[in-house]
Design a protein around this ligand. Structure first.
Ligand code: ATP
Length: 306
């Protein structure tokens, strides 16, 4: 019994960490049925994507009954557009993404994709429709090819190379002595933060999801790597419904909509220009960030959470 318990418990710990870090763990879910906190409804149907409009309607959510995390959160991400969420650390940004992936069920309100409530669709079809580029990508102790192919089990080598090229990591891979067969992960080659994000981008390109969640890294990469990653992300986000959890305001100035979250409430929304003109919380965050980055022009920009 103990022998069985330890590995299951270990998987449980990994599961919780991963759930917290928003990694794309669709396959791990199937290994961990016993750990699921949400289950398919008996009447659950596969999600049917039309344009991938995402709506949060008056959503209330708490992880624990005595502490509300989101209060009356209400917004729409129009099909094929980008919405960014900003706010202080702990304001609930990542929680929005976890709820869209249905890691947890909400206590009040509705979350819908193309009018279908998340509680009424199968989790497999929901997770198939959403791709996540997480802050810190989990790499398996396997080849780099496997790690990219994980975005689409059964993908051909040609598809994998095409995705790696589009994510600007192909040249790096072929420069390694064992190329696509190079072992990575804890016991293999350690990749930098930027290289890992590119693997995540390649995975997502292979998966080709209708909805994209991008959890921007809190620790900035060096500014050249950052700019290259931003350019690639803009490319994958084009015409896809995208939710960006933003830490640096400079990266989201062209989002169709910016939501400002404060202690679990949406306090402002609009475009970058509109929010600056409103001279509210966002404008203050922007001014603070500009002041922090101005003396060190050319270096990574400051963290918007502070
Ligand atoms: P950051 O910018 O630091 O990543 P955030 O705005 O994304 O923060 P969330 O991760 O959404 O914030 O967390 C919102 C609140 O929910 C925080 O107070 C956090 O402590 C709490 N919280 C997050 N995950 C859990 C959990 N699994 N159980 C209980 N509380 C949690």
């Amino acid at each position: 019994m103990i022998q069985l318990y330890i590995p299951l418990n270990f998987l449980g710990v990994i599961y919780r960490e991963i759930k917290q870090s928003l990694a794309d763990m669709d396959r791990l879910f199937s290994l961990l049925q016993q750990e699921r906190e949400v289950a398919d409804a008996p009447h659950a149907r596969p999600l049917v994507i039309v344009g991938a409009e995402v709506r949060f309607e008056h959503v209330n959510f708490s992880y624990e009954s005595n502490r509300q995390i989101l209060a009356d959160v209400d917004f729409t991400i129009a099909a094929g557009t980008t919405t960014a969420v900003v706010g202080h650390s702990g304001s609930g940004k990542s929680t929005l993404a976890r709820l869209l992936f249905r890691f947890y069920d909400i206590q009040a309100g509705r979350i819908t994709i193309d009018g279908q409530e998340l509680r009424d669709v199968t989790q497999a079809s929901l997770r198939q429709a959403i791709g996540i580029v997480p802050q810190d990508t989990v790499l398996f102790n396997d080849t780099i090819e496997y790690n990219i192919a994980y975005g689409k089990p059964g993908a051909s080598h040609e598809d994998i190379v095409a995705a790696a090229r589009a994510a600007a990591i192909h040249d790096f891979i072929v420069s390694l002595p064992e190329g696509y067969n190079t072992m990575v992960g804890e016991r293999g080659l350690k990749l930098s933060g930027g290289e890992k994000q590119r693997v995540a981008i390649a995975r997502t390109l292979l998966k080709n999801p209708a909805i994209l969640i991008f959890d921007e890294a809190t620790s900035a990469l060096d500014s050249r790597a950052e700019q290259a990653i931003q350019a690639q992300l803009k490319e994958i986000a084009k015409d896809r419904t995208t939710l960006v959890i933003a830490h640096r305001l400079s990266t989201i100035a062209d989002a169709a909509q910016i939501l400002v979250l404060d202690h679990g409430r949406l306090v402002e929304r609009g475009t970058h220009a509109g929010l600056l003109a409103a001279q509210g919380v966002y404008a203050q965050m922007w001014a603070r960030q500009q002041a922090q980055t101005a003396p060190a022009a050319g270096e990574a920009s400051a963290d918007a959470d502070i």
